[in-house]
Ligand binder design. Structure first.
Ligand SMILES: NC(=O)C1=CN([C@@H]2O[C@H](COP(=O)(O)OP(=O)(O)OC[C@H]3O[C@@H](n4cnc5c(N)ncnc54)[C@H](OP(=O)(O)O)[C@@H]3O)[C@@H](O)[C@H]2O)C=CC1
Ligand SMILES: O=C(CO)COP(=O)(O)O
Length: 315
């Protein structure tokens, strides 16, 4: 089986570097011709080894049997539109975290709907690209509704520093990975505003309750949310300044202007999550606050006041 990673940003590049330890891998980057010293502009100090076939030729990359889609969530549909070819018999693995604004779908569902001739899966969990590229140990969830394909992917994509746990709960893996970014923005804002570790712990816990509320409504399993792709990634992203979502929130909390060039998946995901929650009749107060501060509709101080002023309730 041959593997190609589509997307030469931080995560796609790190995955290709790791997979190259165990099998040949193609890395497709739309700007491959601009790379110097085989380094992604999005992942400095991590040149891709010669074992990675770096290319700017999308047609060549999609010839592989397993395709990993590692672009930001809101770019996934555009990338799929650039692939009119049938992907019959291939495994398509979503490596993005978010909810598509236009359709309200997670990344594996986007793949399945757009390319029904292939088998869709998702790879997600607590893993900074820089850690993977440095060969540090990481554990992720590989979710595929077809467990036979899931088992094959688990074997194919595990590497000495990438340990994959398997699941058939695609919706749970998608929503855990998407929603933790929203809560990471809230945690960053909390720390940037100097509210302290206790407040962050409260936000993480009540944020996790929101993640569960939405995900279980859409058929996800509790153990998936409590696993690597949910709680695991929530813990990582809400507590580390390596997280771009956390740093975005932290800048807002400090009253600074966030770096506009940074990929911050939680911003669009907050909007998309509120849309699907509204249709489902669910309340997501922290997500509502994150959407309001991310779009400049509310100050962080007012958002915090709004959350604290909510009626007292049972846990
Ligand atoms: N970074 C991390 O630690 C992790 C990231 N992820 C997830 O991986 C996904 C990608 O993030 P990440 O790699 O970090 O993002 P980056 O910002 O590092 O890179 C995004 C990459 O996607 C490319 N891209 C954007 N749109 C398209 C398109 N339509 N067609 C082809 N390429 C496109 C960009 O190209 P260009 O530079 O030309 O714009 C860029 O190379 C996100 O969903 C993120 O949540 C998951 C786990 C860890
Ligand atoms: O998803 C990630 C770690 O698991 C990366 O988080 P950021 O996108 O916030 O940097």
């Amino acid at each position: 089986m041959s593997v190609a990673v589509l997307g030469g940003g931080a995560f796609g590049t790190a995955l290709a570097i790791s997979i190259a330890q165990v099998r040949p891998v193609i890395l497709w980057a739309r700007n491959a011709q601009d790379w110097t010293d085989r380094q992604s502009p999005r992942l400095p100090d991590a040149p891709v080894p010669d074992a990675v076939a770096l290319t700017g030729d999308l047609k060549r990359a999609i010839g592989a049997d397993t395709l990993l889609f590692a672009v930001p969530m809101q770019s996934l549909s555009g990338l799929l539109a650039a692939i009119p070819e049938t992907l019959q018999g291939k495994a398509l693995v979503a490596c993005c975290k978010g909810i598509d604004l236009r359709t309200g779908q997670g990344p594996a569902h986007r793949l399945a709907e757009t390319k029904p001739e292939a088998t869709a899966a998702i790879l997600t969990g607590p893993s900074f690209a820089t850690d993977i590229a440095r060969g540090l140990p990481t554990a992720l969830t590989l979710a595929c509704a077809d467990d036979t394909v899931g088992q094959a992917l688990q074997t194919e994509l595990s590497t000495p520093n990438l340990r994959l746990y398997r699941s058939t709960d695609v919706a749970g893996a998608e929503l855990g990975g998407a929603l933790k970014n929203v809560i990471a923005i809230a945690s960053g804002a909390c720390m940037g505003a100097g509210l302290g570790d206790s407040a962050r712990a409260a936000l993480m816990t009540r944020g996790f309750a929101e993640m569960m509320r939405l995900a279980l409504h859409f058929g996800a399993r509790t153990e998936t949310l409590a696993g690597l792709s949910g709680l695991g990634d929530l813990a990582l992203t809400c507590t580390s300044p390596l997280s771009r979502n956390f740093r975005f929130g932290e800048a807002l909390g400090r009253g600074d202007t966030p770096d506009a060039t940074m990929t911050v998946e939680g911003k669009a995901t907050a909007r998309a999550a509120l849309d699907i929650a509204e249709r489902a009749g669910l309340s997501l107060p922290i997500t509502t606050a994150v959407h309001a501060i991310s779009t400049g509709q509310t100050s962080v101080a007012d958002a915090i006041q709004g959350l604290l002023a909510r009626p007292l309730k049972e846990e």
